[in-house]
Design a binder for this molecule. Structure first.
Ligand SMILES: Cc1cc2nc3c(=O)[nH]c(=O)nc-3n(C[C@H](O)[C@H](O)[C@H](O)COP(=O)(O)OP(=O)(O)OC[C@H]3O[C@@H](n4cnc5c(N)ncnc54)[C@H](O)[C@@H]3O)c2cc1C
Ligand code: SF4
Length: 458
C-alpha cells in the first residue's frame, strides 16, 4: 500500500484552488446571532448538557457569559474544563452529546452549543492574552508520550498544578490527529496549533520530532521522571489482507488525509473513480477529501449497513451532501491492476447480515455465493481502522488486550504504578470512545490522579 509521503504529483491542484476547497466549510455565528442563540438557553438547574459533555463543561455558565458579552469569561469556562475546547467545538458529535441532551429538543430545537462554543473560543484565539497561568513549581517531573488531545490535556492540567512537564511528540508539529488527521474543512490546523501554543505558554516543554522507543528509551523516561502519561494514540491503517494492496493507487486513508493538512502538494484525483473501504469517520474524511481533490465519483464500500456504520450521523449527512455514494453490504475481495501495476478494478462480493450477533454485539456479515462483481476504479483508499502501538506498549511492559492498554477506569493508571494512559491508546475492545473530547477528559483524569498521588508528598 502506498503511504503517499514521498511521491511528487506533477498535476496537483494549485495552492489557490486548494486553499478554497480545504478552507473551513461552515461559518461561525455573528455576535448578534450568538447573543440571540444564547438568550434562548433556559439555564437549567442540574443541566443535562453538562452531564452529557464528557469533559463536563459548564454549558449554561459559558452561554450566560456570551449573553452578557463576557466572551473571555465564556472561553475560560470552556477551556478550563476542556483544554482542546476550540477543536471540540468543531468536531464533537454534539447531537449525541451536549445538544442531544438539551431539554429544548422536546419543545423546538436544541441550543447550538457547538457553535456557541466555537464563537467564544474564536474570540480567545483572536485575543492574544493567555487564559491560564502555570502553578507554583512542586519539584515533580512528568513525561507525556504523544502531543495529541490526550497528551495536551494531561500536560495542561499538570502544568497548572506546578509539575514540570515534557511532551515527547514523534511528529514535527504537536496536536495529534487534530493537527494532522481531521480534515481541514472541518478543523483547520491553526485551531489545533493555538491549543498547542496555550499549553506551551504554561512552560510545558514540547519536544517535537522525538519518538519514544526510538529516539529516547523508555528506561530513560522511567529513570528521569516521577510519572509518565502514555498518550500515543493509534497507528496507521492496517492492511486488509487481500490481493493487490501493493498496487499503485492504493492508499492509507490517514496518510492520504494528512497530506492535505501538511502543506505538501496532495494527490490529484482529477476525474478519478475512487473507492473508499470502511465506514467510520476516517473513511468519510477520506471520501470528502477525494471529492475536493477532483474525483469524478467516490463510493464508500462497507460490508454491513447504514445501521452499523461507525461514522457519526453528522458525518454521514455531510458525506451525502458532498456527493459520496454508499455501497452497503459489499465486501472487497481483490484489487486488480493493469500491466503497469496501476489499479483498474475492485472485485467485490455482496453480503447479507446474519441474525446472529458477533462478539462485538453487531450482526455478522455473510457472503452471498456467486455474487462477485467488478467495480472499475482508479484509486482505492483503505480506511478500516488503525493499528496499535504494540512495540511501544511492549517496551513499557504494560498489560494490554491486543494493543488496547489496560487502565483503571477512574485514575487511568496502567499495570505499571508510575505510568498512566489516556486517549485512543486505551480505546478498543468495547472500551471507550475514540473522540477528541474523550481523549481530553481522560488526559485530565490521568493528570488529576498524578496530582492526588503526589499531593501528600509535595
Ligand atoms: C480521519 C479522522 C477523523 C476523525 N474525526 C473525528 C471527529 O470528527 N470527532 C472526534 O471527536 N474525533 C474524531 N477522530 C478521532 C480523534 O481524532 C481521536 O480520537 C483523538 O485525536 C485521540 O487523541 P489522542 O491524543 O489519544 O491521539 P492522537 O490524536 O493520535 O495523538 C497521539 C500523538 O502521539 C504521537 N506519538 C505516537 N507514538 C509516539 C511515540 N512513540 N513517541 C512520541 N509521540 C508519539 C503521535 O504522533 C500523535 O501526535 C477522527 C480520527 C481520524 C483519524
Ligand atoms: S466539548 Fe463537545 S460535548 Fe462538551 S459541550 Fe463542547 S461541543 Fe458539547
Amino acid at each position: 500500500m502506498e503511504r503517499i509521503d514521498d511521491r511528487i504529483y506533477a498535476d496537483s491542484p494549485s495552492a489557490e484552488d486548494l486553499a478554497v476547497k480545504f478552507a473551513e466549510a461552515t461559518t461561525g455565528l455573528t455576535r448578534k446571532a450568538a447573543r440571540e442563540e444564547s438568550n434562548r438557553c433556559l439555564y437549567c438547574y442540574d443541566a443535562p448538557c453538562i452531564k452529557a459533555c464528557p469533559t463536563g463543561i459548564n454549558v449554561p455558565s459559558f452561554i450566560k457569559r456570551i449573553a452578557t458579552d463576557n466572551l473571555r469569561g465564556a472561553a475560560t469556562a470552556i477551556m478550563t474544563a476542556n483544554p482542546v475546547g476550540a477543536s471540540c467545538s468543531r468536531v464533537c458529535p454534539t447531537e449525541l452529546l451536549c445538544e442531544g441532551a438539551c431539554v429544548l429538543n422536546d419543545a423546538s430545537r436544541p441550543i447550538q452549543i457547538g457553535l456557541l462554543q466555537r464563537f467564544a473560543t474564536d474570540y480567545a484565539i483572536s485575543d492574544s492574552r493567555p487564559l491560564f497561568t502555570p502553578g507554583k513549581p512542586n519539584g515533580r517531573k512528568v513525561a507525556v508520550i504523544g502531543g495529541g488531545p490526550a497528551g495536551l490535556s494531561a500536560a495542561r492540567e499538570l502544568a497548572r498544578d506546578g509539575f514540570q512537564v515534557v511532551i515527547y511528540e514523534a511528529r514535527d508539529l504537536a496536536g495529534g490527529l487534530d493537527t494532522h488527521g481531521i480534515v481541514s474543512f472541518r478543523l483547520p490546523q491553526s485551531i489545533s496549533l493555538w491549543e498547542v501554543e496555550q499549553v506551551a505558554k504554561l512552560g510545558v516543554d514540547i519536544r517535537t520530532g522525538i519518538r519514544v522507543g526510538d529516539d529516547v528509551s523508555v528506561e530513560q523516561l522511567l529513570a528521569d521522571y516521577d510519572a509518565i502519561v502514555l498518550a500515543a494514540g493509534m497507528g496507521h491503517v492496517p492492511s486488509l489482507g487481500i490481493e493487490g494492496e501493493d498496487l499503485e493507487g492504493v492508499y492509507d486513508a490517514i496518510a492520504f488525509v494528512e497530506r492535505t493538512k501538511s502543506g505538501l502538494p496532495p494527490l490529484s484525483l482529477s476525474g478519478a473513480r475512487v473507492a473508499v473501504i470502511g465506514a467510520g469517520n476516517t473513511a468519510v474524511d477520506a471520501a470528502t477529501c477525494s471529492i475536493r481533490l477532483g474525483a469524478e465519483s467516490v463510493k464508500m464500500i462497507y460490508r454491513r449497513t447504514r445501521m452499523e456504520m461507525t461514522a457519526y450521523p453528522f458525518e454521514f449527512e455531510f458525506a451525502k451532501q458532498e456527493g459520496v455514494e454508499f455501497r452497503w453490504l459489499t465486501q472487497p475481495v481483490r484489487i486488480i491492476g493493469n500491466a503497469e501495476g496501476k489499479v483498474t478494478h475492485l472485485e467485490c462480493k455482496r453480503m447479507v447480515l446474519s441474525p446472529e450477533r458477533g462478539k462485538d454485539g453487531r450482526s455478522v456479515p455473510l457472503p452471498v455465493e456467486g455474487s462477485e462483481f467488478l467495480l472499475p476504479v482508479d484509486a482505492v483508499i483503505l480506511a478500516i481502522g488503525q493499528s496499535r502501538h504494540l512495540d511501544l506498549i511492549g517496551q513499557l511492559g504494560l498489560a494490554h488486550n491486543k494493543g488496547v492498554v489496560s487502565v483503571d477506569a477512574d485514575t487511568r493508571q496502567t499495570s505499571h504504578p508510575s505510568i498512566y494512559a489516556a486517549g485512543d491508546i486505551v480505546f478498543g475492545s468495547g472500551i471507550g470512545e475514540a473522540t477528541v473530547v474523550s481523549a481530553a477528559e481522560q488526559g485530565k483524569q490521568a493528570a488529576h490522579a498524578i496530582r492526588r498521588r503526589f499531593a501528600s508528598q509535595v
